[in-house]
Each structure stands twice: as C-alpha cells, then as structure tokens.
Design a protein around this ligand. Structure first.
Ligand code: GSH
Length: 199
C-alpha cells in the first residue's frame, strides 16, 4: 500500500510533507480535506490523529502519524535532510519548535485570515502581523554568519520554515527588509526536486 496523505492544497503544513516526499521520491496517495468546511474531520481523522488536523499520514503498514514536524522527522531521518551529529539534530528541532510556537501561529494564521476573509478585526490581524515580523527578524538573524541554511546543509528545519515564509506576502508581510531570508527562499526553491506549494 502507498503512504496516504490527508492533505490540503493551500496549507503550508501539508506542503512541508509534499515537498519532502518530492525530494525523497516517496510515492503517496493524496486525500484532500477542506480547511474551511471541517464537519467531516472527526469521521475521517478520528481514528488517525487526535488533533483532527492535516497533514495526517498513514504509513504503508497502516500506522497513522500527525503533526507536520513529526511526519518530516519520520520520513527524513536517515536521509541527507536530517543531520547525523547529535547537536545538529537538536538544532533542527530548535528551529522546528520555533516554527510551531513563534512563526506559524502568526504568519500562517494572518495568511489564512486574509485568504479566506476570516480576520476577526483589523486589530487582531495587525497583532498577528506584528508578531509575524518578530519571527521574521529571528529567522533573518538565524541566517547570519554567511550560512546558506539554518543548520548544516539543507534540512527539514529549512523545509518547515520555508513553507509559510515563502508565501508570507499572502499574509500581508513585506520581505523587502529581509535580504538573507529572500536569498534563502531562492536557495531552497533552486534545490533539485523542489516543487511549488500549488503543484
Ligand atoms: N501543528 C500542526 C498544525 C496543523 C494545522 O493547523 N492544520 C490545519 C491546516 S494548515 C488544519 O487542519 N486546520 C483545520 C482545523 O483547524 O480544524 C502541524 O504542524 O501539522
């Protein structure tokens, strides 16, 4: 059986998984779920992911796995996209936890609100954007010292952060003041096997 991906085409969290699968040449079956009309979530994902979120995968042997970061780690560990060195592995996790706590909740949510006209108020959107810029400042600092990627070589830390950063404009963010981020976005996109979010 192929790997199954419960997926959404505009979701950056799902794109992380599709991008990794493309880079690793992993074949999978894509099962789209809406991120707006969510009434069937429990029925479809209830047995698979207690969070009822996409991405959720079902492995070849039937075991389910949720959370984009966990899915990236499961498939990439042992490949070039996860370092071998213990400290570097922890640095990859440092960036992935940063993405989930300090980046995605602002940049992805601002984008989602703007794309689907969901912003509860202008003030709420402005606050998401303020905190999103704090995350972009951190990412810009993290790409200092002439480093090409966040850790040692192109890793799943880059995939996790790239997913929403490269479409941050859709959340109302201007990357003009972030030259290292812009160069890194181009570097990731130039990697052999790269696919766009809307592939
Ligand atoms: N921390 C989760 C977040 C997943 C997530 O927020 N998925 C969204 C789509 S991007 C979703 O399923 N939203 C529907 C909902 O909130 O019920 C991950 O990284 O996989």
């Amino acid at each position: 059986l192929p790997v199954v991906l419960y997926d959404n085409a505009v979701s950056g969290n799902c794109y992380k998984v599709r991008l990794l699968f493309a880079l690793l040449g992993i074949e999978y079956e894509r099962r789209p779920l809406s991120v707006v009309e969510k009434s069937n979530r429990e029925e479809v994902l209830g047995e698979l992911n207690p969070g009822l979120r996409v991405p959720t995968v079902v492995l070849e042997d039937g075991r389910p796995l949720g959370e984009s970061g966990a899915i990236l780690w499961y498939f990439a560990d042992g490949s070039e996209r996860v370092p071998v060195d213990r400290y570097d592995r922890a640095k990859v996790l440092q960036w992935m936890f940063f993405e989930q706590y300090s980046h995605e909740p602002y940049i992805a949510v601002a984008r989602n609100w703007l794309m689907h006209d969901l912003a509860p108020s202008q003030e709420a959107l402005a606050e998401k954007q303020r905190l999103g810029y704090v995350a972009l400042d951190a990412l810009e600092r993290g790409l200092g010292d002439g480093r090409d990627f966040l850790v040692d070589g192109y890793s799943i830390a880059d995939i996790a952060l790239y997913a929403y950063t490269h479409v941050a404009e859709q959340g109302g963010f201007d990357l003009a003041g972030y030259p290292r981020i812009r160069a890194w976005v181009e570097r990731v996109a130039a990697h052999p096997g790269h696919i766009p979010i809307d592939a």
